[in-house]
Design a protein around this ligand. Sequence first.
Ligand code: FAD
Length: 473
Amino acid sequence: MAKEYDLVILGGGTGGYVAAIRAAQLGLKTAVVEKGKLGGTCLHAGCIPSKALLRSAEVYAQTKESEKFGVLANDVKLDFAKVQERKQKIVEQLHKGVQHLMKKGKIDVYEGTGRILGPSIFSPMPGTISVEMNNGDENEMLVPKNVIIATGSRPRTLPGLDIDGELVITSDEALRLEKLPASIIIVGGGVIGIEWASMLNDFGVEVTVLEYADRILPTEDHDVSKELEKVLKQRGINIVTSAKVLPETLEKGNGVTIKAEHKGERKAFTAEKMLVSVGRQANIEGIGLENTDIVIEKGFIKTNEFYQTKESHIYAIGDVIGGLQLAHVASHEGIVAVEHIAGQNPSSIDYTMISKCVYSRPEVASVGLTEEEAKEKGYKVKVGKFPFKAIGKALVFGEAEGFVKIVADEATNDLLGVHMVGPHVTDMISEAGLARVLDATPWEVAHTIHPHPTLSEAMAEAALAVDGKAIHF
Ligand code: FAD
């Protein structure tokens, strides 16, 4: 028997389940189809488990250095099984929370693989969804007025570089490691690669990062990349930029050896394992797109600013549409799509207002244009930069690397971008995000009196520094 819904969401990851909750709030009869676990990549193979491991790594590394705080902790040991257990507990707790939210919103959850059918006896428009149930029950047939595709993404690899799950792995397998390797090569110095590099280094693993671009985190502000690279190198991570990995040279035995072209030479790198983190590709296969007029562009589903595909009743959000592949982006896109379906006239998202974070040690966070991007766009910029080494709280923490950098428009005083590298900056960036949303000037940021001693004083000082008026540096 076909079941009718106002909205069926394909994929219950961060984008999908948040969209479902918003839809339920707006009174839409809603179902989510999820083939794995509610919470998707972010909860089970991304944000949460990786941050849980990062936290354990940080505690381990800092306990080893605790003598500088006058705390003598002899014979510090790592119990990696416990580290994994703790991570899993957090994931399971949050997973239960999402399941509860679905019940609370009276959202039907179908555990199975969904596929869009073409025009059918149930509906003249493509959109009927057939669900192959995980428990082997007969397929369910769902007839929605609207569909949101939120099927997410999976790790990509380099052409010719096969992931075997043992010696050559992605973040999916890395999160499930039962034992830490002695050494690792990380191919790709983007967000995921750098988080793993920082974490594994803190766990005591010998880490080499091979990055094709001339700097790590190539989409961040140039100064931020350079500062982070300096600190990570000081901590013992071998970072090789402008390195073109040659997949055909991969040799496997007890470990892996691979060559990379670097400054006109071929260099060999050897380690116990290799982690490939070169981006993520959209899950667009097997979901019945061939039964629709939906357009795929560069491997991602194409939508308008309200996330409608070429089939106006089928929307797509999150990693499957590309752009900024972040959990908070996926969920916000889901909310906009649902509000559009419900006729609420939502505003479209301004992606230059979205904060991006890297949870390495030190952390990186940014919002808006980098200095280079602002100049490329023709702005005459003025820059204010303030180092954490002049912030009392950073010294108290014993983490005084990095800075806050503000890029402003000389003509209008608009705050074009804010870039941070340093302690706990991922918890500081929302002030900059709010400043951009409210169109605040550096003067207004500086004259919001920041409490002392806090790390946030670096934001106020950087705002003063835009006009050369920083107090403490
Ligand atoms: P997903 O979360 O991937 O969810 C898609 C869901 O769809 C999955 O559950 C899948 O099982 C399901 N599905 C797919 N096909 C079907 C089908 N045919 N039928 C039914 N169900 C289907 N982002 C951040 O913002 N902060 C971070 O700190 C962060 N850390 C990350 C760390 C790592 C290691 C990784 C890999 C990613 C990280 N991300 C982070 C990115 C974040 O996880 C994604 O941007 C986010 O999960 C995207 O949400 P989504 O809903 O689009 O897709």
